[in-house]
Write a protein of this length. Structure first.
Length: 153
C-alpha cells in the first residue's frame, strides 16, 4: 500500500471538513440533521477552540480525517472518517497508527464514542486496540400523538 501522509487542518479546510462530516453522519446513521454549511461553521468553531483536525492523503488525494481534542489525561477522538471507496483497505488503521506515533502524546488515555448500531465501527475500533468501557442508553420522548392515545390513569 502507498504511504499515507498527513497535514494539520487549517480553518480554511472547514468547508471540506463540513462536507466530509456530512458524509460521516449519513454513513454512521447519526440523527444529526445539520447541512454541510452548518457543519462547516461548526467545524470552524471547533478548530478555533479546543479541537484539532488531521487530514490524511494517499498519493495526493484526501482519503480520511480525524478530529480530536486533548483533555487532561486523555485524547478524545470525536471523528475518524475514511472516504467511501477507501474503506477496508488499511487506511483507517494507518491513520490511527500515525496519530498514535506522530501526533498524540504518549501516556494519555484514548477515547472514542461509537454509535451502538454501527457494528463496522465497533469491529474496527476493537481491532486497533480499543476496548469497551461504557454503554449509553436512552429513552426518547414519545410523540404527542402517542401520549394522547395512551393517557395515564
Amino acid at each position: 500500500m502507498p504511504t499515507l501522509t498527513y497535514r494539520i487542518a487549517q480553518p480554511t479546510d472547514s468547508d471540506l471538513l463540513g462536507e466530509l462530516s456530512f458524509q460521516l453522519i449519513r454513513d454512521e446513521g447519526h440523527r444529526n440533521s445539520m447541512s454541510p454549511p452548518e457543519l462547516a461553521a461548526r467545524m470552524r468553531d471547533w478548530l478555533a477552540g479546543e479541537y484539532e483536525a488531521v487530514l490524511f492523503e494517499l498519493e495526493g488525494r484526501l482519503v480520511a480525517y480525524a478530529l480530536f481534542c486533548t483533555r487532561p489525561g486523555e485524547i478524545y477522538l470525536r471523528q475518524l472518517f475514511v472516504a467511501r471507496g477507501h474503506r477496508r483497505s488499511g487506511i483507517g488503521r494507518s491513520a490511527v497508527d500515525l496519530l498514535r506515533r506522530e501526533i498524540w502524546p504518549d501516556g494519555k488515555r484514548l477515547v472514542v464514542d461509537v454509535l451502538s448500531q454501527n457494528h463496522a465501527a465497533t469491529t474496527f475500533w476493537r481491532a486497533v486496540r480499543f476496548s469497551d468501557y461504557a454503554l449509553t442508553l436512552e429513552s426518547l420522548p414519545r410523540p404527542p400523538a402517542d401520549r394522547d392515545a395512551n393517557p395515564r390513569h
